[in-house]
Every structure is written in structure tokens, then in C-alpha cells.
Design a protein around this ligand. Structure first.
Ligand SMILES: [Zn+2]
Ligand SMILES: [Zn+2]
Ligand SMILES: [Zn+2]
Length: 353
């Protein structure tokens, strides 16, 4: 394949200074841009929106029509950043990795959590969230079983501040051929720790945190939500399974209920913090799906919320943070105490909005 042709297809480019890769999706410029919409607190007031491309029965921008779904609904993104039918190619123009690019095959899916336009995970019931957990597990297994898929990234962007203009409760799954930067680094660290100490990094870490208790936010029988010792974002949280397991598929039904329960407990506290539908980017880190064994991988999810002091005051990662290192003022211990001490009931259930 010629460089021009490779440049027209989804590919990744290597940064020789940082050793990271950037995903490039040139075909995606055809995507409709709806413009910036009014900033709201993130949750919609109506159960069905005729203009929403995710509501049941509505037509999407690509022309397809959603079924009249009643719980969850998964479809392939109409303007996916990744696609399956990419001709394998690799270019290293300098021969020294200075202009190195590779084709990248993959797929992007959208997961609607509920037919109700006005709900969020925090406002859904635990049995409703269990259905979402089941879909995530099912999709991880199904997408991951495709020979060209080696890593499945499940995530949710919640709120306008995180670039998500549609309040309809939904998440995304991007899955691809290579292991992306963040999970690759976490894989290398977990493997090195296992080789050095013969134990799991996150199992050991969780034991320390459960003894210390000052960074714990909520806990149930099978999961823990805590502000990691090394947290960057003001109210960053990590969800960790108590049992050592590498993916969602291996969770039994009691663990799936516990995961749904801790999602609800955490997102409710997030909403209560500034009495707003709290924005965040959330995603799971699970073992790669390339058929290898990953005994060092410990299932967890990260929540990265941008808010700092109120519903509108956000933390920016600029200047020193972009160029040198992240920095924070409020300690992770204080953030955890603040979240832990918030009421367990959603603020909208306590007082009318
Ligand atoms: Zn909707
Ligand atoms: Zn572990
Ligand atoms: Zn992680």
C-alpha cells in the first residue's frame, strides 16, 4: 500500500520521542457536525426525544432506524473511527522509526444503556444496570473473539464537558488490532510486578487500601471504589474487583450485581457532590483478547471527572501539566473523604429540582 493510501485509511502513527502511538481516522471527517449545543447540567428532562438519534424507533444520521428496544441496544457506530476492512500496511520512511505508521483495523460500537432519554447510570435501578454489565461482558467476549481484534476498550463519556452532547444514557466500545497506549503501559507494569513479587499488583494494592481506609469511597461484597493514591483528576476514582479476575466475562451473577450496585453508589455520590449530573470519562481495563494468557491482569475501571469546585468550575490540564507532569491541589485523601461522606440517596430524590 502506498503512503497516500495508508493515510486515507484508519492508521496509527508512532511518536519516537514518547514511544506512544496516535490513532488517525481520516475517513471520519464525513461525520456530521451538529455544532455546539446549549450547556445543560447533563440530564434530560424528557423520557423520549424525537430528535435524539439514540431513542427507540428514531432514525440515525447514517440512515438506519433504531428498533423499539426496551432495555439495552448495541449498534456499530455509523461514523466509526475504526473499521474492520483495512488492508494491512506499514511504513517506516526513514528506516529509523521517525516516520513510522501502521494500518489499524477495528470496530466501534455504541451501547444504549436504557430506552429512557432522561436517565443516567446514577438514576437507573441496580437490576437495570446489571443488564448493562451483561451487555458489556457479552460484547467484550463477542468482539474480542474476532481474530483481528486484540483489545476491547469499553468506555462512557458523560456530559457536555467531556464532549458528549447527547444526554441519552449510552457508552461506546472501540476495539482494535493493537493494544493502545494506556492498557499497554498497565500491562507492562502488572507483568513486571508479578515477575518481581510473584503476586498481583492490584491485589496487593487493594489490601493496603482496605487497611488504610482513608482513600476508600464505597465498598460492597465484591467491589471497591477508591481514590487512587496517585490520582491525577480532583475526584478520580478506581473501581477494583475484590477477586483476582482479568475481565467482565468471568464475573459470576453475584459479582455482576455488585458491580452494578457500586456503579450506582459511586455515580449517585458524584451527582450529589455539586448537585449536578456529574460529567466524567469512565472505562474498563481488561486483559487483551489476543488469545494469550494474562495472569497479571486485574479487572478495574477508571473514572476521570473534570470538575474541581462546583458544577461549572473544572480542572484544566494545561501548561506545566501538558508539558511536564500532572499536578493537583486537593489531596486524594480529602477527595475520598468528601465523596465518602456524601448522602447515599440521589439529591433529586431528596429535594425537587
Ligand atoms: Zn434519546
Ligand atoms: Zn489481582
Ligand atoms: Zn487501568
Amino acid at each position: 500500500m502506498t503512503l497516500q493510501k495508508l493515510d486515507a485509511e484508519p492508521h496509527r502513527r508512532f511518536n519516537p520521542l514518547t514511544q506512544d502511538w496516535v490513532l488517525v481516522s481520516p475517513h471520519r471527517t464525513q461525520r456530521p457536525w451538529k455544532g455546539r449545543t446549549e450547556v445543560t447540567d447533563g440530564a434530560a428532562a424528557i423520557a423520549y426525544d424525537p430528535q435524539c438519534y439514540l431513542c427507540p424507533g428514531n432514525q440515525r444520521a447514517g440512515g438506519a432506524r433504531n428498533p423499539n428496544y426496551t432495555s439495552t441496544f448495541v449498534f456499530t457506530n455509523d461514523f466509526a473511527a475504526l473499521k474492520p476492512d483495512v488492508e494491512p500496511a506499514r511504513q517506516d520512511c526513514s528506516g529509523r522509526g521517525l516516520l513510522l505508521s501502521e494500518s489499524e483495523a477495528g470496530t466501534c460500537k455504541v451501547v444504549c444503556f436504557s430506552p429512557r432519554h432522561d436517565l443516567t447510570l446514577a438514576r437507573m435501578t441496580v437490576p437495570e444496570i446489571v443488564k448493562v454489565v451483561d451487555v458489556w461482558a457479552e460484547q467484550y467476549a463477542e468482539i474480542g473473539s474476532q481474530p483481528y481484534i486484540n483489545y476491547v476498550q469499553i468506555f462512557e463519556n458523560r456530559g457536555e464537558m467531556m464532549g458528549c452532547s447527547n444526554p441519552h444514557p449510552h457508552g461506546q466500545i472501540w476495539a482494535n488490532q493493537t493494544i493502545p497506549n494506556e492498557p499497554r503501559k498497565e500491562h507492562e507494569s502488572q507483568l513486571a510486578y508479578l515477575q518481581k513479587h510473584s503476586t498481583c499488583l492490584l491485589c496487593d494494592y487493594l489490601e493496603l487500601e482496605r487497611k488504610a481506609t482513608d482513600r476508600m469511597v464505597v465498598e460492597n461484597d465484591h467491589f471497591v471504589a477508591l481514590v487512587p493514591f496517585w490520582a491525577v483528576w480532583p475526584f478520580e476514582v478506581m473501581l477494583v474487583s475484590k477477586r483476582h479476575t482479568s475481565d467482565l466475562v468471568s464475573l459470576d451473577s453475584a459479582e455482576r450485581v455488585a458491580l452494578a450496585d457500586i456503579f450506582k453508589q459511586l455515580t449517585t455520590r458524584y451527582d450529589n457532590l455539586f448537585e449536578t449530573s456529574f460529567p466524567y470519562s469512565m472505562g474498563f481495563h481488561q486483559a487483551p483478547t489476543d488469545g494469550e494468557r494474562y495472569p497479571e491482569w486485574h479487572l478495574h475501571a477508571h473514572f476521570y471527572p473534570p470538575l474541581l469546585r462546583s458544577a461549572t468550575i473544572r480542572k484544566f490540564m494545561v501548561g506545566y501539566e501538558m508539558l511536564a507532569s500532572p499536578q493537583r491541589d486537593i489531596t486524594p485523601e480529602l477527595a475520598a473523604t468528601t465523596l465518602r461522606n456524601l448522602p447515599a440517596a440521589h439529591y433529586t430524590a431528596v429535594k425537587p429540582r
